[in-house]
Design a protein around this ligand. Structure first.
Ligand code: SF4
Length: 231
């Protein structure tokens, strides 16, 4: 995390994250924006990992913490709290007291992209951070919830390269998708992979995704990781 926050490998994203931090949204004009790569949030020995897309310009890029201070985070943290995986249902700023239990949140791209759309090159450039995070988590990691198809596409090759066996044909993303990645010589334990629609306003404001739907997936993933008793 300490090394990540100094990364400047993607010229377009560095320019954008810093421009947003200088110009700010009117509602936050008195705040100091973070304006740097946003590291994963949660304990380093988590057994459940949640993988999103990238930080939001006025959310994580402002507060410096994943999904903190935006509408997507409002839904995600409320669901995590309902599932018993967070100490409180809200996430407003670093120092708000929020704690995650056995759970960590990260993304395949760590800088806020224009229009929430990183390029394929940017995704691939950021990939080594995700690989290192997975490697560090691997002794305790047992399940992963992927929010949205972008994260799913980005994560499968990384999991494969990290030594987990990806079924053939490659499993498709969908809400409620559930895949078991078998252990290999490289990885002693299986990994349970769950798909969940992304908690973006596009999905939650239209009713395509509700907080209860997110909570259900989180509970299933937490049970697979033995964070909750079997339901
Ligand atoms: Fe570095 Fe990733 Fe940000 Fe690119 S997106 S500058 S690789 S942290």
């Amino acid at each position: 995390d300490d090394a990540l926050v100094d990364c400047r490998a993607c010229p377009r994203l560095v320019a954008w994250r810093e421009q947003v931090a200088r110009e700010k949204r009117a509602a936050f004009r008195d705040e100091e924006y973070w304006g740097r790569p946003v590291p994963g949030f949660g304990p380093a020995d988590a057994s459940l990992l949640i993988v999103g897309l990238a930080p939001a310009a006025h959310g994580g890029n402002r507060t410096g913490r994943m999904f903190t201070g935006d509408r997507s985070g409002d839904v995600l943290y409320a669901a995590l709290y309902d599932a018993g995986l967070a100490s409180q249902p809200t996430a407003t700023h670093i120092g708000d007291g929020l704690e995650l239990f056995g759970t960590r949140i990260t993304s395949p791209v760590h800088c806020a992209p224009p229009a929430n759309r990183p390029t394929v090159v940017e995704r691939d450039t950021c990939r080594h951070w995700l690989e290192q995070e997975l490697d560090l988590l691997s002794p305790t990691l047992r399940s992963v919830v992927v929010l949205g198809g972008f994260g799913w596409q980005a994560l499968l090759p990384v999991l494969s390269a990290a030594g987990w066996a990806i079924p053939v044909p490659r499993p498709k993303f969908g809400h409620g998708a559930h895949v078991l990645l078998a252990p290999t010589e490289a990885r002693e334990y299986p990994l349970y992979l769950f798909g969940c629609y992304h908690v973006s306003q596009q999905n939650t404001f239209t009713g395509r995704l509700t907080k209860e739907m997110v909570t259900d997936v989180l509970r299933d993933a937490a049970r697979a990781a033995s964070l909750l008793p079997p339901g």
